[in-house]
Design a protein around this ligand. Structure first.
Ligand SMILES: Cc1cc2nc3c(=O)[nH]c(=O)nc-3n(C[C@H](O)[C@H](O)[C@H](O)COP(=O)(O)O)c2cc1C
Length: 371
């Protein structure tokens, strides 16, 4: 199965095998422009009238480079390279007139690309694809899993932005088998399903950051359980979820079947091994806990690789916000080599690989570190 990106097909099966191998990426290459070169003039996004999807506000909370720090998006991205591009398919009931548009996150403006396709539903559908060159520039052969994870994070950022603004009925599509877009998020006009309780507020989305290492301090069991439950719920289907915890009872924990408790299923401190597997990032060995998405066997086909990585990114993003809500520090960890968790636990090799991670610590420990 092939992917098209920048008109070059990518064999995902081969790309994942390379990314998982111990071989280091070669020297860096130019990342290219931060925004895709959309054709035609750029247009402002109008304010929303009552009853319309406030597209400008959704994008400000998810994809727009909104602060003056040079940060390219409110959502996280491996290496802060932000390779994800968004095309907006606008139907009735949106602050932008119907049509297809390319989004410029640096200027927070759009370029009209054409008419809306027949059958476009009301509201807006954000179609996500990637400029692979940006992530390849730093990660080389390790880029493709990160590109898919980044796309999952961006989809989650759009989904949460719509919820934060009062729209609960968004549809997230992470199951396209091949080609572009990699993912799509449809946001209906307001007035339908309300968001569930516990939805992060706009200010929480704007405040989200990947806390710089070290992320020390073991999360309290209740907080860890909530973060794991959020991830496992959002990232079900082809993935399993666990957390590696440190002292006083180092080991691996997973959500118990009824979701109300944590079940310890392996003893011993996995964090030093995780640090070695995550491109040798030593700080991971001292983090309070590491949430892990795992699965995606070595013989997976391209559709499974694509789906599991998109879902892992989506779910880790929701888990990141849940962690902040529970007063934890968090940082995604996406580059894994030789991370055959199943084999390390005595199982058959090649069946159960780490796909994504979220390092967790307590903010209290973080504050102690800085005083
Ligand atoms: C898919 C993915 C993988 C990441 N992997 C790592 C990692 O391995 N190590 C790390 O320190 N940060 C990692 N990050 C965090 C990014 O460095 C961070 O998102 C970026 O610098 C932007 O900062 P912000 O999240 O505070 O906006 C990752 C982020 C994403 C989305």
């Amino acid at each position: 199965m092939k992917h098209a990106s920048e008109n070059r097909p990518v064999d995902l099966v081969a790309a994942l095998a390379l990314a998982r191998s111990p071989e280091r990426p070669g020297p860096g290459t130019p990342a290219g422009p931060a925004v895709r070169d959309w054709p035609g003039p750029s247009l402002p996004i109008p304010d929303a009238a009552v009853g319309e999807t406030d597209l400008g506000a959704v994008l400000r909370l998810s994809l727009a480079a909104s602060d003056g720090s040079g940060r390219l998006r409110p959502a996280p991205s491996a290496g802060a390279l932000h390779p994800v591009d968004a095309e907006l398919v606008v139907g009735a009931g949106c602050s932008l007139p119907p049509g297809r548009y390319g989004y410029d996150p640096l200027r927070h403006r759009v370029h009209r690309l054409g008419r809306r396709p027949d059958g476009t539903p009301p509201g807006v559908t954000a179609e996500l694809s990637v400029t692979a060159r940006r992530t390849v520039s730093h990660y080389g052969r390790r880029a493709w899993p990160l590109l898919l994870l980044d796309t999952g994070h961006a989809a989650a950022a759009l989904f949460l932005a719509a919820r934060a603004l009062g729209t609960g009925g968004s549809e997230v599509h992470l199951d396209g088998l091949a080609g572009n877009p990699l993912a799509a998020v449809r946001i209906p006009p307001p007035g339908g399903t309300p968001p569930p309780r516990g939805t992060p507020a706009p200010a929480e989305l704007q405040a989200r950051r990947s806390v710089p290492p070290p992320l020390q301090g073991t999360p309290p069991p209740g907080a860890l359980r909530a973060v794991l439950a959020t991830a496992a719920r959002a990232g079900a289907g082809g993935l399993r979820w666990c957390a590696a915890v440190g002292p006083p009872h180092p080991g691996l924990v997973e959500p118990a079947a009824d979701g109300t408790a944590l079940r310890r299923y392996a003893a011993g401190d996995a964090r030093p091994t995780l640090a070695a597997w995550a491109a040798g990032q030593a700080w991971i060995a001292d983090s309070g806990a590491v949430l892990l998405a795992h699965g995606c066997p070595a013989d997976s086909g391209a559709p499974h690789i694509r789906r599991t990585h998109l879902r892992a990114g989506f779910a880790v993003h929701l888990a990141h916000l849940a962690a902040l809500r529970h007063g934890l520090a968090a940082r995604p960890v996406g580059s894994w080599q030789q991370a055959d968790l199943g084999a390390a636990l005595g199982g058959a090799p090649g069946r159960d690989w780490i796909v994504h991670g979220l390092a967790l610590g307590t903010l209290h420990a973080d504050e102690e570190n800085t005083t």
